[in-house]
Design a protein around this ligand. Structure first.
Ligand SMILES: Cc1cc2nc3c(=O)[nH]c(=O)nc-3n(C[C@H](O)[C@H](O)[C@H](O)COP(=O)(O)O)c2cc1C
Length: 429
């Protein structure tokens, strides 16, 4: 499962540190190589000798060790793995990483790494629920850190609630998911307190270990080397969805048409221009657990792109003969081998929004259609396309739900929470 992949495991100073030995064993058993970095506090809970014996590698501890720096400098250590895993991620380590502190080997490594980081938080329930920890959690998620757990249950300190570290097997599943392997089934994640209001809530880790493929933006269909057919899509809703799915713990591939938005941190961005390029990029990104097609793909392209700029030379106006573009949503919905379990399409309608969306869902064979009214009568100042607000109708297997007008980020969080729950229902969980 992890053949040829290497993991840097940072063990923090929490009571759950003893479980890191089992995690090292599981990673090795899955074929992965694991190098361990122990914090000073972690040494109080687990010995370097145990972890060195299980990993078969030297255990790293000290930022200022001359031997370590000559064998493998801290920068090299931070880059040497495919994924950095922090387990247990103590409140202290989360706070340091969220604030960019670099005063020991673990925090320096986390700041210096160019690799994805997965954290498995573990702490007393009050520490976990403290606004400071929740603030740090939000910051880490925004920075692209994936989070697995924590679970709810009895704690070593005698209290009950969320804060128990995810089991080593769950962490292994999250590692495998992030590294693109076949995820292994995971128990439902623990609920966490609401972070962003009644509609902006995505359960922590609701998509951990899942691969979510999202398309966003318009496509540009060339007429000649300098002109193209386009539409008014800004990509904002698709990019917000990518961030919300990432924040829910997913590995996200975002296939984006030409937009002016910055790349979302912690998301694999594939830039394309035409519908055909988008179709190819989507196919290359499969398999995925969930596919969300939010891009406004041009239905038609010119039959033949002129090799040279068309000249206005006083003769007849050149005719624009169009031909149909690939229907990415319909193709993936009926994919013979790699249909994602949950396929979501978007419909931009200017009239009879829900009726047209219901018909589109049946025609395309997807599970859900998110319909938005892009007419000037939508009630949203300036219209939906390009604006920061949206009002959507969700047409799914269980009926139609209309969400109130919200910011596109809030719409994204609300949609991702619903997609995660529907994915679980479709999986029979
Ligand atoms: C017995 C004991 C258990 C502890 N368990 C935890 C824990 O589970 N989670 C946590 O965040 N801190 C825990 N702490 C506090 C951390 O050890 C302390 O904050 C330490 O500075 C964390 O160091 P680190 O940044 O190396 O992880 C515990 C402390 C003690 C004495």
């Amino acid at each position: 499962m992890l053949q040829g992949r290497s993991i840097l495991l940072i063990v923090g100073g929490g009571i759950a540190a003893y479980k890191s030995a089992e995690l090292v064993r599981l990673i090795s058993k899955s074929g992965g190589a694991v190098r361990v970095l122990l914090t000073k506090a972690a040494r109080e809970f687990v010995t370097p000798l145990t972890l060195a014996s299980l990993s078969g590698e030297k255990v790293y501890e000290d930022l200022f060790s001359l031997t370590d720096e000559t064998e493998m400098g801290h920068i090299e250590l931070s880059r040497s793995a495919d994924l950095v895993v922090v387990a247990p991620a103590t409140a202290d380590l989360m706070a340091k990483a969220a604030n960019g502190l670099a005063n020991d080997l673990a925090s320096t490594t986390l700041l210096a790494t160019d690799k994805r980081v997965l954290m498995a938080p573990a702490m007393n329930v009050r520490m976990w629920l403290h606004p400071a920890t929740q603030r740090n959690l939000s910051t880490l998620r925004r920075d692209g850190t994936a989070i697995v757990g924590p679970n709810e249950g009895d704690m070593a300190c005698g209290e009950f609630g969320p804060g128990r570290m995810a089991e080593p097997v769950e962490i292994l599943a999250a590692i495998s998911g992030l590294l693109g392997g076949k995820g292994i089934p995971m128990p439902a994640p623990a609920p966490i307190p609401e972070l962003s209001g009644p509609h902006g809530v995505t359960a922590s880790g609701a998509l951990t270990g899942k691969h979510v493929l999202i398309t966003a933006g318009p496509t540009h269909e060339p007429i000649d080397p300098v002109r193209y057919i386009a539409n008014r899509s800004s990509g904002k809703q698709g990019y917000a969805l990518a961030e919300a799915a990432r924040d829910a713990g997913a590995r996200v591939t975002l296939v984006s048409g030409p937009v002016t938005l910055p790349p979302p941190p912690g998301v694999t961005l594939v830039r394309v221009e035409t519908a055909r390029e988008m179709d190819e990029a989507v196919e290359a990104a499969l398999p995925a657990d969930i596919a969300i097609f939010a891009a406004a793909v041009a239905d038609w392209r010119t039959k033949a792109e002129a090799g040279q700029k068309l000249k206005k030379d006083g003769k007849a106006i050149p005719p624009l003969e169009l031909t149909e573009n690939p229907d990415i949503l319909a193709r993936v919905s009926r994919h013979p081998a790699l249909r994602p379990r949950l396929v979501v399409g978007f419909a931009a309608e200017t009239e009879k929004v829900v009726d047209h969306a219901i018909a589109k869902k049946a025609r395309k064979g997807c599970d859900v259609i998110v319909a938005n009214d892009v007419s000037q009568e939508s009630g949203i100042a300036g219209g939906v396309m390009g604006s920061d607000r949206n009002r959507v109708h969700l047409i799914g297997p269980e009926g139609t739900e209309t969400l109130p007008e919200m910011s596109k980020s809030e719409v994204a969080a609300a949609l991702v929470a619903r997609f995660a729950a529907l994915f679980d229902r479709l999986a029979g969980k």
